[in-house]
Design a protein around this ligand. Structure first.
Ligand SMILES: [Zn+2]
Length: 398
């Protein structure tokens, strides 16, 4: 066998052993050999290498049964740290995580309306601060960014809100820090996070997983057969610009009636302001004194207090999402659709509205077999997904 291919096989076997320990936890060398079908001497040698690297440790003897008791091995979750970055929010957010995606240290830097080069400098600051705070070797940098991303070349092709066009983020950060850099669209990473670390999904669930994320814009991340769907490299899951309203209002993309004109956070705020400006008796006047102070907390408060005008707007959001969901079900078949939005938890009827629309607009049997829920991870989900992306590429444990 050629030298290169021997080396490749050895790396693949080492990754297989580490992946087995990572997914099983507390496992003996003999059980690793059984699970991987590698010979016991090969497993012993590879385990020795992983122990020397500090990635795994011995955790005492297996419970007594017949025969020899093996020593249990487990991954040292805090043996390395990963930098996860979320550029899809009004504050740029980053964290150091352990090998299970748990946050060890975080840094938030406010964007304060900056865009272009200034916003890019803020990314450099964020990464520098996280590197300076690391207490373990850093495995790599994962980035979730809004807009059109080429994850293969690490290029951000377009992010309208940040006024970024064709930014080679991977090479810019690699040249500065000499660390591996991986990136993907924020919605894709939200989906990867739920799939990898979420409570309500995982490899045991064989339905395709779709996470629809409502923020500045609306987008979807899709996981099929345990892998992120990349389609034609760029733009997979860009459902925000699919028309859901005939004769609707104009979108930033130039078209009319896009999902983003109804279901994004700015669109929800716009509808509240419109109601206040057009109707002096609008119930919004009772709790919004200054339109500049309008934020998602106020929306949540109004929903929790049974405000009908607010419910009506969010029902419209649910209907629009239901139309988008029906297109997804038409392509993927029945699937698990999760909604990530800061207001969904306070208004469970949103999920019901989506279901109602889905049943009306797609084959009812497929709609009924489709699972709808809110995401299980909180606002650090993109950071978790960025961390999972690095784990996948650097250690192949996922
Ligand atoms: Zn649009």
């Amino acid at each position: 066998m050629a030298k290169a291919s021997v080396k490749r096989n050895r790396i693949a076997s080492e990754q297989l052993v580490l992946r087995t320990i990572y997914s099983t936890g507390q496992i003996s060398r003999a059980d690793i050999a059984r699970a991987t079908k590698l010979t016991p001497p090969t497993v012993s040698e590879l385990v020795g290498k992983l122990l020397a690297d500090g990635l795994i440790e011995e955790k005492g003897l297996a419970p007594s049964s017949s025969g020899r008791r093996g020593i249990l091995l487990d991954v040292v979750d805090n043996s390395r740290q990963i930098i996860g970055i979320d550029l899809s929010r009004e504050d740029f957010r980053g964290a150091l995580t352990d090998l299970r995606g748990r946050t060890v240290h975080r840094v938030d830097l406010s964007l304060d309306g900056r865009d272009g080069e200034e916003a890019l400098s803020l990314v450099y600051d964020l990464v520098n601060q996280l590197i300076a705070s690391a207490t373990k070797p850093i495995l790599g940098i994962g980035i979730g960014a809004p807009g059109l991303i080429d994850p293969f070349d690490g290029i951000l092709q377009q992010a309208v809100n940040l006024n970024w066009r064709y930014i080679p983020i991977r090479s810019l950060l690699y040249d500065r820090n000499n660390l591996p850099v991986y990136m993907a669209n924020d919605c894709q990473l939200a989906a990867l996070a739920e799939f990898t670390f979420g409570e309500d999904n995982g490899p045991q669930n064989d339905l395709p997983l779709v996470v629809i994320k409502l923020g500045w814009g609306v987008g979807a991340g899709i996981i099929v057969d345990g892998k992120l769907l990349h389609g034609s490299r760029v733009g997979t899951g860009e459902i925000g610009h699919v028309r859901v309203v005939d004769n609707g209002i104009q979108c930033a993309c130039g078209n009319y009636g896009c999902l983003e004109t109804v279901a994004s956070i700015p669109a929800i705020m716009k509808q509240i302001k419109l109601s206040m400006n057009n109707d002096p008796n609008s119930s919004f006047h009772k709790f919004v004194k200054d339109q500049k102070e309008l934020n998602t907390n106020i929306v949540v408060w109004a929903l929790e207090n049974g405000n009908n005008d607010m419910s009506k707007i969010i029902d419209g959001v649910g209907e629009a999402l239901g139309i988008a969901a029906s297109n997804l079900v038409g392509v993927l078949g029945s699937c698990h659709i999760m909604i990530h939005c800061s207001i969904t938890c306070s208004y469970p009827l949103l999920i019901e509205k989506i279901r109602e629309t889905l049943i009306q607009r797609t084959l009812p049997s497929l709609a009924r077999a489709t699972k709808l829920s809110s995401t299980s991870l909180g606002s650090d989900n993109v950071i978790c997904g960025a961390s999972a992306l690095v784990l996948h590429h650097e250690l192949a444990v996922l």
